[in-house]
Ligand binder design. Structure first.
Ligand SMILES: [Zn+2]
Length: 682
C-alpha cells in the first residue's frame, strides 16, 4: 500500500508539470521531417498507406553494396552490354518473371548518424553503412551507422525474423559473409555496435577484445542481453547458413552456458551444426525442432573470382585489359565428393529446409539471402571479386525461382547501399582503376575506384596493387525490384524502411508499434523449482525482472536496467528461462515470492506469486500493453527518470508519460487488490 501512495503522489506531480509547463512546438524542417522525427519507428516511410497481406512467403535478396554501377559492371562483363542476368534481371520484369505482379523502383538509404557517437542525437547522414541500412529494412526504423536493429536511442526494435516467428512462420538467414556481419546480424540480434560478434569480441576465442568491440553493458557478465552470436542462438531461426565459424569457438563468459564454447551451446540447444564442411552441409535435411546452423568458413566465404587489384592510371594502362579467373578456394567449385556450397547451393538448401518445415506449409516462410562480397570487394577495389559475387547472387535468385511459386511467394531483390565502382571511359588520373575485357562482347570496361580517404602506396606497385580495403560506400538511391504478390509496393520512389513494411504487410506481420506491443498480450510467467519460465513476450526483445519476498517486500534479485541492451534477451517465440536458484535469501519452501517480469519494448508487466502460498500458476497483468515507445523508455528509466524526462519532452510525450504513470498507479492498485485476495488465486 505504501508503494501505491507514492505512485499516486507522483501522478499528481507529473500532471502539475504537464499542465503548468509551456509545451515546446515541434521543430519541423521546412522541406521535411527533422532527424528526431525520422528516428521514430516508421517515420521515414514514403508509401505508408499502400499494400495488404497477400503473400505466403517472402524471399529478400540483398546484394551488399550492389548499386546500379555494380550491377552494370557485372552484366557488361559476364553477359555483354545488351545481355541480361537470368535471375537478377528477371525479378520485376513484367515479360520475364512469370509473376502476375511485378514492380521496380528506387529507394533512399540515408542513415541517422555516422557512428555510435551519434546515438541519442540523430543527424541526417547521406551515406549509410550496412548496419543502419539493414536495421532500416529489418525493423522499419532509421538509425545510426554501426547500430544493429536498435534505434537512435539504442532501444532494440523488433526485426522481421522475430515478427515472422511471432506469427508462426519458418525463418531463414543466408549470407556469404561472416554470419555476425551487419546484414545477417540485423535479423538475429540487437546490438549497439556491429563489431560485438561474440562474448570474447571479434576473436577466434583464443583472446578477448570484447571491451573494445562491444558496449560492455551489453555483455552478459554485466547483466546485458549478450553478443550478436549469443543472440543468434536465442533468435533460433530455422535455417542459418554463412561464414564466421571461428567466432563460435568463443566461450560464453556468463549465463546458463558460461564456460562452454558457442558451438557447444548450439549443440546443447538442439541445433544441427556444420562447421567448415561442405559435404556435411550438402547432407543436411529438415529435422523437427533442430534448426540448422551451418557456417562454412572461418571468416567471409571466398569469392568466385581471383583478385584483380586496381592500379594508378599509368600502371593500369601498362597492364592493359584483363579477364577474371576462377578462385580455386571458392566453395562453388565441386569438391572430390561432387558437393559445392556456392550462394546458389546455400539458397537451394535453405529453401529445401524451409519447405520441408511444417511451419512453412501452414504459415509460410521468410528468408533473407545476402551476397556480401560485392561490398567487400568494392572496398578492396577488386573488380573481378565484385563481379563474381554479383554472378553468385544472380544464380542464387535463379535457384529460388526454380523452387517457389510466384503466385504465393514475393521475391524482392535490392541492395543495402551504393558503392564506389564506376564505369568510366578512360583510366582516371585522380582515381585507381582496372580495365576489363568482356569475354562476351569484347568491350573494354574501365572500372574506377576513387572514394578512399587514405592513399595506399601499393597502388603504385604493379606487383601488389591497391590492397588497403578502404574504398568508401556512396550515397545514391538504389534499385529495388520485386515479383509476386505485393510487388507493386516497390514502384516509384520509396525509402529503405518502406521495405520493412512491404515485407511485413505482405506476410501480415505486426508492423506498427501498437500491433507489435499487442504481440505480448498473451505473455505468461510460471515458476517451478526456482526457475522462471517466461513465454509469450512476442512483442519484446528484452525482459526485465524483479524478485521480491512478498511478506517482507525485500527485493532479492532484479535485472540490470541501466541501458536499453541491459536485461534478459527474449528467446524469440520460445520459452525464456530465468534461474533464481542460488539467489541469497531465496527459499521457496520457506516464504512467498512475487516475480514481476517486464517486456521492455511493449511495457507489458506480469506479476506472479509463488512459494509457500502460491504456485506461480496465476499471472496478473499490471501494466498497459499499448502506448508509445517514449512511454516505455520512461518506464525503463524508472519513475524518477519519467519525471525528469517529462520536463524535456514534447506535448504528446508528456501525455504518454502521464498516461503511463496513471496506468502504473491503477496497476499498483490491482496488484494490491490481488494480494488481498480479491482475484481468485489458482
Ligand atoms: Zn561496406
Amino acid at each position: 500500500m505504501k508503494r501505491h501512495a507514492i505512485i499516486t503522489g507522483a501522478v499528481a506531480a507529473v500532471t502539475a508539470i504537464a499542465t503548468a509547463a509551456a509545451l515546446p512546438t515541434l521543430a519541423l524542417a521546412q522541406d521535411g521531417k527533422s532527424a528526431e522525427q525520422l528516428a521514430q519507428h516508421g517515420a521515414a516511410q514514403r508509401i505508408a498507406t499502400v499494400g495488404a497481406a497477400n503473400a505466403k512467403n517472402v524471399i529478400l535478396f540483398i546484394g551488399d553494396g550492389m548499386g546500379d554501377s555494380e550491377i552494370t559492371v557485372a552484366r557488361d562483363y559476364l553477359k555483354g552490354a545488351n545481355g541480361s542476368f537470368d535471375g537478377l534481371d528477371k525479378i520485376g520484369q513484367p515479360n520475364l518473371s512469370g509473376a502476375k505482379e511485378n514492380g521496380t523502383g528506387q529507394y533512399t538509404t540515408f542513415s541517422l548518424g555516422g557512428s555510435s557517437k551519434d546515438a541519442g542525437k540523430p543527424v541526417v547522414t547521406p551515406v549509410t553503412d550496412s548496419a543502419a541500412s539493414g536495421s532500416g529494412w529489418a525493423t522499419g526504423t532509421k538509425t545510426y551507422n554501426n547500430a544493429v536493429s536498435v534505434d537512435s536511442s539504442q532501444n532494440p526494435q523488433l526485426n522481421l525474423i522475430e515478427l515472422a516467428k511471432a506469427k508462426g512462420l519458418a525463418t531463414g538467414n543466408v549470407t556469404t559473409a561472416e554470419i555476425q556481419d551487419a546484414t545477417p546480424a540485423v535479423l538475429e540480434s540487437h546490438s549497439t555496435q556491429r563489431s560485438c560478434y561474440g562474448p570474447q569480441g571479434k576473436t577466434d576465442g583464443s583472446s578477448d577484445d570484447s571491451a573494445k568491440r562491444c558496449d560492455v553493458a551489453q555483455l552478459k557478465q554485466n547483466g546485458g542481453i549478450g553478443s550478436i552470436s549469443e543472440q543468434l542462438l536465442d533468435t533460433r531461426a530455422d535455417v542459418t547458413i554463412g561464414g564466421g565459424s571461428k567466432y563460435f569457438n568463443q566461450t560464453a563468459q556468463a549465463g546458463e552456458y558460461a564456460g562452454k564454447t558457442l558451438w557447444e551451446q548450439a549443440k546443447e540447444r538442439g541445433y544441427q551444426t556444420v562447421e567448415n564442411d561442405v559435404n556435411a552441409f550438402s547432407a543436411l535435411s529438415y529435422k523437427e525442432n533442430q534448426p540448422v546452423l551451418a557456417l562454412l568458413g572461418d571468416g567471409n566465404l571466398p569469392t568466385q573470382f581471383n583478385d584483380t587489384p586496381a592500379l594508378t592510371q599509368k600502371l593500369t594502362e601498362q597492364r592493359g585489359a584483363i579477364q577474371c579467373s576462377t578462385n580455386p578456394s571458392w566453395l562453388g567449385n565441386k569438391n572430390a565428393a561432387g558437393n559445392s556450397a556456392s550462394l546458389a547451393d546455400m539458397t537451394d538448401k535453405a529453401i529445401d529446409l524451409l519447405q520441408a518445415n511444417p511451419k512453412s506449409s501452414s504459415n509460410g516462410f521468410f528468408l533473407q539471402v545476402e551476397g556480401a562480397s560485392i561490398d567487400k570487394q568494392d572496398h578492396a577495389a577488386n573488380a573481378c571479386g565484385q563481379i563474381g559475387e554479383t554472378d553468385d547472387l544472380d544464380k542464387a535468385i535463379s535457384a529460388a525461382l526454380k523452387k517457389v511459386d510466384l503466385s504465393n511467394t514475393l521475391i524482392i531483390v535490392t541492395a543495402d547501399h551504393a558503392h564506389t565502382s564506376q564505369i568510366v571511359g578512360e583510366p582516371p588520373a585522380y582515381a585507381l582503376s582496372t580495365i576489363l575485357k568482356s569475354p562476351v562482347d569484347g568491350a573494354q570496361i574501365v572500372v574506377s575506384y576513387g572514394t578512399a580517404t587514405v592513399t595506399d602506396p601499393d597502388a603504385e606497385d604493379a606487383s601488389r596493387g591497391y590492397n588497403d580495403g578502404g574504398m568508401e560506400h556512396t550515397g545514391t538511391q538504389l534499385r529495388i525490384a520485386a515479383s509476386g504478390p505485393g510487388a507493386f509496393r516497390v514502384d516509384g520512389l520509396t525509402d529503405q524502411t518502406d521495405n520493412f513494411y512491404t515485407i511485413a504487410k505482405s506476410l501480415g506481420l505486426a508492423a506498427d508499434t501498437d500491433a507489435q506491443n499487442a504481440l505480448s498480450s498473451n505473455a505468461k510467467v510460471s515458476v517451478k523449482d526456482g526457475v522462471a519460465k517466461v513465454a509469450g513476450f512476442n512483442g519484446d526483445a528484452v525482459l526485465g525482472y524483479q524478485l521480491q519476498d512478498t511478506e517482507t517486500g525485500a527485493v532479492l534479485a532484479s535485472s540490470n536496467d541501466d541501458t536499453p541492451v541491459s536485461g534478459v534477451r527474449v528467446a524469440t517465440g520460445e520459452t525464456t528461462t530465468i534461474d533464481f536458484n542460488g539467489v541469497k535469501g531465496f527459499d521457496p519452501s520457506a516464504s512467498t515470492y512475487t516475480l514481476t517480469v517486464t517486456g521492455k519494448q511493449s511495457g507489458t508487466k506480469i506479476a506472479t506469486e509463488f512459494g509457500l502460498t502460491g504456485n506461480g500458476a496465476s499471472n496478473v497483468v499490471i501494466a498497459p500493453k499499448t502506448g508509445d515507445k517514449a512511454g516505455n523508455k520512461a518506464q525503463q528509466a524508472g519513475l524518477g527518470g519519467a519525471l525528469v524526462g517529462a520536463l524535456g519532452q514534447t506535448g504528446t510525450r508528456i501525455l504518454g508519460t502521464v498516461m503511463m504513470v496513471l496506468a502504473l498507479a491503477v496497476a499498483g492498485g490491482l496488484l494490491a487488490a490481488w494480494r488481498r485476495g480479491i482475484f481468485a488465486r489458482k
